[in-house]
Structure formats: structure tokens, C-alpha cells
Design a protein around this ligand. Structure first.
Ligand code: ASP
Ligand code: MG
Length: 446
């Protein structure tokens, strides 16, 4: 009876919907915003604040599920059955707890869906593995998003929202670069037109997964860690949405990480260009990949608090008029500064640099800053990502290599002397680079 009623209301609503000119809006809810039952209830509350929009709602895996899924893949790969089953059981309990709070009665279809998903994951252990770790990773890790969207969608429906579940593995087309899928924009755009937009003839809200896509053969790919923001950007681009909102546990984009800085200030309005610069220098705000497609179509990106959804947040948009108003600080700790000097006393010229870069790229070193002089070339990198001793070993035949560790890199955008003084108290500056907008200093405690 209930189902019948829902179908009828759905149909009537569908007729009604087709009469109104809704505007498309894309929301993204990250892991923290769906980490427990209350958080999911809050998502429902936020959706109810936008009755006049059509919504594409992109959802991440719940809480820290992606990390847990990564461990599941690893234990599968290492043939550690005990650990594999334990980790699955742990994820099952985690989701079960949320579902039990949201859906008090066991007859809900979501219970069955969850059982099936976990059962097939367990059975996966006895099936043969391919020889491509990244492929196996994507097939399994993506299930975190599949699960969370199934739960969120079922609950939104229960709350009376006119929603449907959309499988992003059938919409975002990528190449075969597992774990770092590159989007095929033309194909994705046509799949959006074919499979996502028609949903809005009858529904007002489409709930789908962040972070995941598929190859031309239909295998699942992922877009790189933290890729859900990017999914929101892709879908907004392909649907010409009026905006994207990323709902976070902070009031918006802050001018520094509160971990390193007292009295941070919220940035009210900044340009796409500024957001890309900030993330280039290491601000963990929004991935530059997310910003580019929005910038291309002039679609504004809002960063808002899911705790205070009516507060203003930050808007990232085209105009650069506001960028200089508030200086931003980006800190990178535990840095290593390494100098290379050719042993044959040749100068640092193109051949040397070419050779050094090639080797650094080969060893996967991510350079945070570099500088060269006549006789030496210096790079700065994270101690946690690269072992300096190993690099010395690789380069020692051709170069004399020295390094200094325990350093800190501070970047200030829109600096002035007061901001510089503020961060250099009791520090010795080893290296400094300035442009008109940006100063970067490598420092050590005195
Ligand atoms: N769940 C994925 C991750 O944790 C994607 C995302 O949340 O953006 O990396
Ligand atoms: Mg996230």
C-alpha cells in the first residue's frame, strides 16, 4: 500500500515538477558530514532548505571508511584471510549501527542491500586476483561510496524527499589509469545527458557517489583520494549547474589551518585563480582539479558549514577584487632542504638540472620549493614522503649532496611586513622567495 502510494505521489509530483523551472544545483557531502546517523539526519535537514532547486547530491564514503577499505584491499592482496574478514566485519558493524539508528524496522530494503554487498565482498576472497593492484583497489574501495549513497538515499526517501539513487559508475567515464582515472569529458557529458538529466523529469534530487567512475569496459575506477569534490565539479560542469556547494565541518575557507594558527579568519569571497594558487602552495582546501571545470564555465563554488547551513561560508568565483583583502598562511612542517653540487665542479646548467629532475621524478619526489645558484641546486620536500638518506645514496656518485631537516615552510599570500614578523618570531630564515603576491620562507627554530 505504502509503495503504491509513493508511486502515485511520485507520478503526480513528476507532472508537477515538469511545470516548474528549477535550477540545477550540485551539493557535495564529505565523509565527516555522513559519519553517523545524526550526520545523515542533518543532510536531510540541509536538503529541505533548498526546495526550489534540482539537486545533484554527491556523497563520500562514511567517516573514515575509505581508509578502512584500503586496508581491506591490502589484506586481500597479501592473502591475509583472517585480517580481511575482520576488517569487513568491522565495516559491516560500523554501517549496521548507522542503519539501525536510521531505520528502526528490519523490513527496509537497505538491510538486504547491505547484506548482499558485504556477502559478495567476503566471497571476493576466494576469487582469483588480477596482477594489477590498482585495479583491485578501485573495484573494492569504491564500495565505500556505493554503501554510503545507498544508505543516504534510502533515508532521504524515508524523510519524504523526492530522490533517486544514481550509479556514478555508469556516468563518469575515465581512462584505464586505475586509482587516478582521467576523465573523458566528451563521453561523460553525453552519459550525463543520457542517464542523469532524465532522472529530473520525475525526481528532484539525485544522490550519487563521489570519487568513482568507470572505464569503457565498465570496470570501476577512482579519481584519486579526496576525489569527491572533483566529482561535484564534473557533474556541475556537465549539467551547467548554477553552483556547487561543498558542505564541511568548518565555516568556509579559512586563511590558515587552525592547527598551526590562532585566530584564523574566514575568507568570504576569493577568485578561482586564488583558490588554485592556495592549493598549489599546500592549503588543504579544494583540489585544483575541482576548480578548473567550474572556472571554465563560471560556476561559483561555495564552501559552507553543515553545522550552520544558513551561514554565509566562502564563495569562490571569477572576480579577483577581494583576493588581497585577507592574507593567507600556509604551513608545511617537517621539511628537508637538500643541495646538489656537481662533483666535477661544472656549473649547474641545463644538463645537470635535466638529469636531477629526471631522477627525482623517477623516485617520485614531490618538490615543495626549489632554487638554483651557479654551483648548486636545492629542493625542499616532506620528510614523511621521501627519505633523504635514500636520495643521497642515489645521487652521491655524481653530486655532493647535503641536507638540513626539521624545517618549516611558510607561504604567505598577500603578505606585508606585519604578517612576516608574525610568523618569523624565534625563527632563522634559511631561504626566501618573494613575488608581488607571495612570500615563501624556509625556516628553522632558533
Ligand atoms: N572517500 C574518498 C576519500 O576519502 C573520496 C572523498 O571523500 O573525497 O578519499
Ligand atoms: Mg573528504
Amino acid at each position: 500500500m505504502k509503495l503504491y502510494f509513493q508511486r502515485i505521489t511520485g507520478f503526480v509530483f513528476g507532472l508537477f515538477l515538469s511545470q516548474i523551472n528549477f535550477q540545477m544545483n550540485v551539493f557535495k557531502f564529505g565523509g565527516a558530514s555522513v559519519k553517523d546517523a545524526n550526520a545523515v539526519r542533518n543532510v536531510s535537514h540541509i536538503l529541505s532548505l533548498f526546495p526550489k532547486d534540482q539537486l545533484i547530491v554527491v556523497v563520500s564514503a562514511m567517516g573514515k571508511t575509505t581508509n578502512a577499505m584500503e586496508e581491506i584491499v591490502e589484506s586481500l592482496w597479501n592473502r591475509n584471510e583472517k585480517r580481511y574478514m575482520e576488517l569487513i566485519e568491522d565495516r559491516y558493524q560500523f554501517h549496521q549501527l548507522i542503519v539501525a539508528e536510521l531505520f528502526p524496522e528490519k523490513h527496509y530494503f537497505i538491510y538486504q542491500q547491505m547484506e548482499e554487498l558485504f556477502e559478495s565482498l567476503k566471497k571476493r576472497y576466494d576469487q582469483p586476483l588480477s596482477d594489477n593492484y590498482n585495479f583491485e583497489y578501485d573495484q573494492i574501495v569504491s564500495l565505500g561510496e556505493v554503501l554510503s549513497t545507498m544508505i543516504v538515499e534510502a533515508f532521504m526517501k524515508e524523510e519524504g524527499h523526492l530522490t533517486t539513487w544514481v550509479d556514478c559508475r555508469k556516468i563518469i567515464r575515465t581512462n584505464h589509469e586505475y586509482r587516478e582515472g582521467e576523465v573523458d569529458w566528451a563521453k561523460t557529458e553525453s552519459l550525463v545527458n543520457e542517464r542523469l538529466l532524465p532522472v529530473f523529469k520525475e525526481k528532484r534530487i539525485a544522490i550519487t557517489q563521489g570519487f568513482i567512475g568507470h572505464t569503457s569496459e565498465g570496470f570501476t575506477t577512482t579519481l584519486g583520494r579526496e576525489g569527491s569534490d572533483f566529482t561535484a565539479g564534473i557533474l556541475a560542469y556537465c549539467t551547467n549547474a548554477k553552483g556547487v556547494t561543498i558542505w564541511k565541518d568548518v565555516p568556509g575557507m579559512l586563511n590558515a589551518d587552525p592547527k598551526w594558527f590562532d585566530d584564523t579568519i574566514k575568507l568570504q569571497k576569493i577568485s578561482f585563480k586564488e583558490a588554485i594558487e592556495l592549493s598549489y602552495y599546500g592549503a588543504s582546501v579544494i583540489h585544483p582539479k575541482t576548480i578548473k571545470p567550474l572556472q571554465n564555465k563560471g560556476i561559483p563554488l561555495y564552501v559552507k558549514s553543515f553545522i550552520e547551513p544558513n551561514a554565509e561560508g566562502t564563495v569562490i568565483q571569477e572576480s579577483m577584487d577581494f583576493d588581497h583583502l585577507i592574507p593567507s598562511f600556509i604551513f608545511k612542517m617537517d621539511q628537508v632542504l637538500m643541495d646538489f653540487t656537481p662533483k666535477d665542479f661544472s656549473f649547474i646548467v641545463e644538463e645537470n638540472l635535466g638529469d636531477i629532475f629526471q631522477q627525482l621524478a623517477f623516485y617520485g619526489v614531490k618538490i615543495n620549493l626549489m632554487q638554483n645558484s651557479a654551483l648548486s641546486f636545492s629542493i625542499l620536500f616532506d620528510r614523511s614522503k621521501t627519505d633523504p638518506m635514500k636520495l643521497v645514496e642515489k645521487f652521491k656518485d655524481q653530486y655532493s649532496v647535503r641536507y638540513n631537516e626539521g624545517l618549516e615552510l611558510v607561504t604567505i599570500r598577500h603578505y606585508d611586513q606585519a604578517t612576516i614578523d608574525r610568523v618569523t618570531v624565534d625563527k632563522r630564515i634559511l631561504l626566501e622567495q618573494r613575488t608581488r603576491q607571495t612570500i615563501r620562507m624556509v625556516m628553522k627554530n632558533k
